[in-house]
Write a protein that binds this ligand. Structure first.
Ligand code: NAP
Length: 245
């Protein structure tokens, strides 16, 4: 199948959940458009799955405008670009890290949604899917900056759902727990040992598990809105409640 389900834009498609979602939506029959900052990775993935790609930095309003100007239509927007920086207690918190997390997770999703909303509505069956987190529900020690960003992203998603009531655009938030991606390596600034310890003794979710949830949400009939989907590994019962063998 190719292109029959319309254009699906995936932000943060160069890695992890975004890359898996792009692969899955392409095989579902969407015409996928990839966005992220790392061009080499986007090019490789785009060739492999028959997608289009364009450089995108969701923290930069001009980059968002340039990216979106190339899209004549949009049926699905997956606001996936995001992540955490650091695990500092509030007493040690870095304002730069907080700003960066807010820029990407919250303002990045806002910019993409606001810019593409008209095209999503014009499709007659638009859908905004945002990748939130269990961190948007449950605070944990050292998580304040990321918690604040993901709580805010969830609030925005809920407001969007209210504001779009009666219009042909669905709004879904998918909130995973531990997913083994580059997330922890980025959070710990390239410290791969520290990142690996996050997943030690646990069978975490894979990026494909989350892509499966996105695919489920966007392939329901148009009158069915999956509002929120919290998905955790069996070994995880809360943001910081993890069983390790
Ligand atoms: P990942 O492997 O680190 O992927 C993050 C993606 O976001 C990368 O493709 C990165 O691409 C992109 N990105 C970062 N900053 C960006 C920017 N300014 N503009 C455009 N793209 C940007 O991590 P992941 O786990 O797949 O994370 C995806 C989403 O899932 C995030 O929103 C994260 O908060 C959420 N999440 C992850 C977990 C987990 O345990 N892994 C759990 C719950 C929720 P470039 O660097 O190439 O730009």
């Amino acid at each position: 199948m190719s292109g029959s389900l319309g254009v699906a834009v995936v932000t943060g498609a160069s890695s992890g959940i975004g890359a898996a979602t792009a692969r899955r939506l392409a095989s579902d029959g969407f015409e996928v458009v990839l966005g992220a900052r790392r061009q080499d990775r986007l090019g490789t993935l785009a060739s492999a799955i028959g997608a289009r790609w364009s450089t995108l930095d969701v923290a930069d309003p001009q980059s968002v405008t340039r990216f979106c100007d190339k899209l004549e239509a949009c049926r699905v927007l997956v606001n996936n670009a995001g992540g955490a920086l650091g695990l500092d207690r509030i007493s040690e918190a870095s304002e730069d890290d907080w700003m960066a997390m807010y820029q990407v997770n919250v303002l990045g999703s806002l910019r993409m949604t606001r810019t593409l909303l008209g095209r999503l509505e014009d499709s007659g069956n638009g859908h905004v899917v945002t990748i939130g987190s269990i961190a948007g529900y449950e605070p944990y020690v050292g998580g304040a900056g990321y918690n604040a960003a993901k709580f805010a992203e969830r609030a925005m998603t809920k407001v969007l759902r209210l504001e779009l009531l009666g219009r042909p655009v669905r709004v879904t938030e998918i909130d995973p727990g531990l997913v083994e991606t580059e997330f922890s390596t980025v959070r710990f600034r390239g410290d791969t040992d520290r990142a690996a310890a996050v997943y030690q003794g646990v069978t975490p979710l894979s990026a494909d598990d989350v892509a499966d949830c996105v695919s489920f949400a966007v392939t329901r009939p148009p009158h069915v809105n999956i509002d929120t989907l919290v998905v955790l590994a069996r070994d995880q019962a809360g943001a910081a409640t993890v069983h390790r063998s």
